[in-house]
Design a protein around this ligand. Structure first.
Ligand SMILES: Cc1cc2nc3c(=O)[nH]c(=O)nc-3n(C[C@H](O)[C@H](O)[C@H](O)COP(=O)(O)OP(=O)(O)OC[C@H]3O[C@@H](n4cnc5c(N)ncnc54)[C@H](O)[C@@H]3O)c2cc1C
Length: 655
C-alpha cells in the first residue's frame, strides 16, 4: 500500500488564561515544530473560535497538511468542531487528533514547568498517533419520524404536545390507568397558588384529543431494540377489562361495584372500588378493574358492573396485549417517587396517625381528596398547631445526601394553606430555606408575614410522651434551634413530613432497556450537565422532567420542551450520521463464544447462529471498546483505536 507522506499541523490553544496561565504554549509550539513530519506548529488564543478554526482550514489548503493535531481542551468539548474544520478544508475528519492539555494538564498541575513538560509529552503522543490514523467514512441511516415518550406526567405530556403540535406522531406510554403523574394529586401549586387541576386538566384533555398523539395508558415499554432513528419498542398493554371504545365514562359501574380497596391516588387515605378511575377528571376516563380486588375474579361471581353497564363495555375476557412501535427518538419522562419516611422511624410515620407525608397532605388539601379539602384531625377537630418538618430523607447522609429542591417551597405552600384554612399556628422546622426561583423568595416573605414560625435546626424526633400538661394528647416535636442554641419540645396536633424525591420505581429497568446510565442516587445521567442536559450518551434517547433529578413544575416543563426540541431536531433531519469509529469483528478469528455480546451495554452485538460468529451492528455501536478487551481470541478491533494507534500514542508520550 502506498501511503502519502504525513504533513502534520499542530495548534496549541491558550484557551484564554485557562491553559496559557500554566503552560508555556509558545514553548510547546516550538517543541512541536521540531517533531518528525510536523510541517507547521502554532499557538493561538482560542482555537475553537471562528478565526482559530479558519487557521486550520487555511493551513490545510495552503500548506498541504494532511494530519492535524490540536492541543486544547477535552475531545468531548471540541473534537467535533475540529473534525468539521478538517472536513471543510477537504481532509478526512479522522486524520485529526486532539491532545487534552487543559483538563488533563493545566487545570490539574501546580507547577508551570511540569505543566509545560506534560503538554509537550501529550502533543508528542498525539503527533505520533495521528501518523497512524486512517480515513474513515461516517455512514448515514434513515430516521423514522415517530417519537416514543415514556411516562405521562407533566413532563411526558408537555414533550408529547410540543412534538405533536409540530405535526409528528407521538406514542405516549403511561403505566398508570391515566396520565397526569404526581401533579394531578396537588391542590395548589407554589409560588402562585394557582389551582393545579386548572392548569393540568386542559393539558391532559389536549393530550387525549390530539390527533398526533396515540395514548397508551395502563401500559409499559418492556423492550427497546435498534438505534438512533430506528428504534423498535415493545409495549405491554395490561387488560383494563373495560372496552375503551365502548365505555362512555358514565361511572355507574363504579357506583354499583360492591368491592372496596385502598386508593393509591389518595395515598391510602380513602377507599376506591375494584372498578375505578383514579380521580374524577382522569384522562382517559375509562375505568380499570383491579383483578386482585374484584369479587368476580376472586370468587367467580358478582359481575355487577357488567349488569349495569348500558354501553356493554365490560369485558372480563380481555387479555394482555403486546404491540410493537417503530420510532426514531425516545423521550424518557418517568419522574420520581416520594421518599418513604417509615424507614426513618424517629419521625413516627406509621406509628402516629396524625403524622402525614407531603403527598398525603396534598390529597388532604385537595377538594377531590379524602376530606374534600378540609384540614381536620382524625377525630374531626380543627388543628390548633401543626408542624412541618423539612428535609425528611434529603440532605441526610443516612438516606439521600442531595437536596430535593422542591420541599422548602411546597412546605411553605402548606404553611400558607393551613393558616388560611384553619388559622392554626404553624412551625416550620428547616435546615436552610432554599427558594431560588421566580417569585419564590417573595413567597417566602409572604408566608413569614402570615405569622408562620420558622425554626432553624435538625429535628431529633416526634413523640407522644408528654412531660407537661400542655403536651398531653399532643405530638411533641423534639428539635434543636440552632439560632438560639436551645433544645425545643414543641407540642402540636399534627405533623407533615416534607419527604424528598427519589428516582421512580423501576428506573433501573428503564435505564437498562434504553441503554442509559444512572448516577449514584438513581437519577438518569444526561450527556453533559450544562451543554447537553436533555441528551444522553445513547443517541436518540432524551430526558425530560424529574427522571434526571428533582425539579419544580416550571423546570420540568422547560426540560420537556428541551427534550422535545432535541427529538424534533433529530427526526426532522430525516437522515442521521452514525459514528465511524466502531468495533468490527474478524469472522475468521471469532469462535462464537458470545462474551462480547454479553458485555456490550448498547446491545450492539448480535450472534449469527448459522455462521457461529458475532456481528457488530455499526449503527448502534459506540466504539467503547469493551468487546475488544473482552474477546479471548483477539477477533475484535475498534476502528480509530487500533493497537498501532494506541501504542504509538503511548510511545510518543513516554519518549
Ligand atoms: C409533595 C410535592 C408537592 C409539590 N408541589 C409542587 C408545586 O406546588 N409547584 C411545583 O412547581 N412543583 C411541585 N412539586 C414538584 C412536581 O411534583 C414535579 O415538578 C413534577 O411532578 C414532575 O413531573 P414529571 O412528569 O417529571 O414526573 P411525575 O409527576 O413523577 O410523572 C412521571 C410519570 O411517569 C410514569 N412512569 C414512571 N415510570 C414509568 C414507566 N416505566 N413506564 C411508563 N410510565 C412510567 C408515572 O406513572 C408518572 O405518571 C411537588 C412535589 C412534591 C413531591
Amino acid at each position: 500500500m502506498i501511503r502519502e507522506i504525513p504533513r502534520v499541523g499542530v495548534y496549541v490553544c491558550h484557551c484564554g488564561a485557562n491553559i496559557a496561565a500554566k503552560v508555556d504554549v509558545e514553548e510547546v509550539a516550538r517543541f512541536a515544530s521540531k517533531l518528525d513530519f510536523v510541517e507547521s506548529a502554532r499557538d493561538y488564543k482560542f482555537m475553537c473560535s471562528d478565526p482559530g478554526q479558519q487557521l486550520v482550514v487555511d493551513d490545510i489548503r495552503e500548506k498541504g497538511l494532511n494530519r492535524i493535531v490540536v492541543a486544547s481542551c477535552s475531545p468531548r468539548m471540541h473534537e467535533k468542531t475540529f473534525r468539521k474544520a478538517c472536513q471543510k478544508a477537504g481532509l478526512n475528519p479522522y486524520y485529526f487528533q486532539m491532545a487534552c492539555i487543559r483538563e488533563h494538564d493545566a487545570w490539574v498541575t501546580e507547577d508551570p514547568g511540569e505543566a509545560t513538560d506534560k503538554a509537550k509529552e501529550l502533543v508528542q503522543g498525539a503527533v505520533s498517533r495521528v501518523l497512524h490514523h486512517e480515513s474513515l467514512v461516517p455512514r448515514t441511516v434513515d430516521i423514522n419520524p415517530n417519537v416514543l415518550v415514556i411516562g405521562g406526567g407533566i413532563a411526558g405530556m408537555q414533550a408529547a404536545l410540543t412534538i405533536a403540535d409540530a405535526g409528528k406522531t407521538v406514542y405516549l406510554v403511561e403505566r398508570e390507568p391515566c396520565i397526569g403523574g404526581n401533579m394531578a394529586k396537588f391542590d395548589k401549586t407554589f409560588p402562585t397558588l394557582d389551582c393545579a387541576a386548572c392548569i393540568l386538566t386542559p393539558k391532559m384533555v389536549a393530550v387525549g384529543q390530539h390527533e398526533n398523539i396515540e395514548l397508551l395508558t395502563y401500559s409499559e415499554v418492556v423492550d427497546v431494540e435498534g438505534f438512533v432513528g430506528n428504534f423498535k419498542a415493545t409495549v405491554r398493554k395490561k387488560p383494563r377489562y373495560v372496552d375503551m371504545d365502548k365505555c362512555t365514562g358514565c361511572g355507574v359501574c363504579n357506583e354499583k361495584c360492591p368491592a372496596k380497596a385502598i386508593s393509591e391516588f389518595d395515598q391510602g387515605l380513602s377507599k376506591r372500588k375494584a372498578i375505578y378511575s383514579p380521580f374524577p377528571q382522569a384522562v382517559p376516563n375509562t375505568p380499570v378493574i383491579d383483578r386482585d380486588m374484584c369479587i368476580y375474579f376472586k370468587k367467580g361471581k358478582c359481575r355487577a358492573c357488567e349488569k349495569f353497564c348500558e354501553a356493554d363495555a365490560i369485558d372480563f375476557d380481555q387479555q394482555e396485549e403486546k404491540i410493537t412501535l417503530d420510532v426514531g427518538a425516545i423521550i424518557v419522562a418517568t419522574g420520581f417517587k416520594p421518599f418513604d419516611p417509615s424507614v426513618a422511624e424517629r419521625y413516627g410515620y406509621g406509628k402516629y396517625p396524625e403524622v402525614y407525608t407531603s403527598l398525603e397532605f396534598e390529597r388532604v388539601n385537595n377538594a377531590t381528596g379524602p376530606t374534600e379539602g378540609q384540614i381536620r384531625l382524625k377525630d374531626g377537630r380543627v388543628p390548633e398547631t401543626m408542624a412541618i418538618i423539612h428535609c425528611v430523607g434529603s440532605r441526610d447522609k443516612n438516606h439521600n445526601a442531595y437536596c430535593s429542591r422542591v420541599c422548602c417551597m411546597y412546605s411553605m405552600k402548606y404553611a400558607h394553606l393551613i393558616r388560611e384554612k384553619t388559622g392554626a399556628n404553624v412551625y416550620e422546622f428547616y435546615i436552610d430555606i432554599r427558594s431560588p426561583g421566580k417569585g419564590y423568595e417573595e413567597f417566602y416573605n409572604r408566608v413569614q408575614s402570615e405569622g408562620v414560625q420558622f425554626i432553624r435546626g435538625n429535628v431529633a424526633g416526634v413523640t407522644d410522651k408528654a412531660i407537661g400538661e400542655d403536651e398531653k394528647g399532643k405530638l411533641i416535636v423534639l428539635a434543636e434551634d440552632s439560632l438560639s442554641g436551645r433544645f425545643l419540645r414543641v407540642p402540636v396536633d399534627a405533623v407533615v413530613l416534607s419527604v424528598g424525591l427519589e428516582a421512580a420505581e423501576g428506573a433501573e429497568a428503564v435505564a437498562r432497556m434504553v441503554g442509559i446510565s444512572q448516577d449514584q442516587d438513581g437519577w438518569f445521567n444526561e450527556l453533559h450537565p450544562k451543554l447537553a442536559p436533555q441528551a444522553t450518551p445513547s443517541d436518540g434517547i432524551f430526558l425530560a422532567g424529574c427522571c434526571q433529578g428533582p425539579k419544580d413544575i416550571p423546570d420540568t416543563v422547560s426540560t420537556a420542551n428541551g427534550a422535545a426540541a432535541e427529538a424534533l431536531s433529530l427526526i426532522m433531519r430525516e437522515k442521521v450520521e452514525v459514528e465511524a469509529a466502531v468495533s468490527s469483528i474478524d469472522a475468521e478469528r471469532c469462535m462464537g463464544c458470545r462474551q462480547c455480546e454479553t458485555i456490550c451495554m448498547f446491545d450492539a452485538i448480535e450472534y449469527d447462529s448459522a455462521l457461529n460468529v458475532c456481528v457488530v451492528n455499526e449503527a448502534i455501536c459506540k466504539g467503547c471498546g469493551l468487546c475488544a478487551s473482552t474477546c479471548p481470541n483477539k477477533a475484535i478491533g475498534v476502528r480509530h483505536f487500533g493497537n498501532e494507534q494506541i501504542l504509538s500514542e503511548m510511545e510518543g508520550v513516554m519518549l
